[in-house]
Design a protein. Sequence first.
Length: 64
Amino acid sequence: MTKKLYSIADVARLLEVQQYQVEYAHRTNKVPDVRQVAGKRIYDEADLRRVANHFGVDLNEVAE
């Protein structure tokens, strides 16, 4: 069973926010930072839910 992973660009697109808004949320500690691979943030499902919650986005209404 593989776990779905998302880039910061994927997260921004899914939540319909700008990528810099997600970065700012991490930088200001509004949302806990996620793990990084080769200097790039990698989000799993739990991370995506936390960011969505911060922006008030219901993931049930988001189409991938």
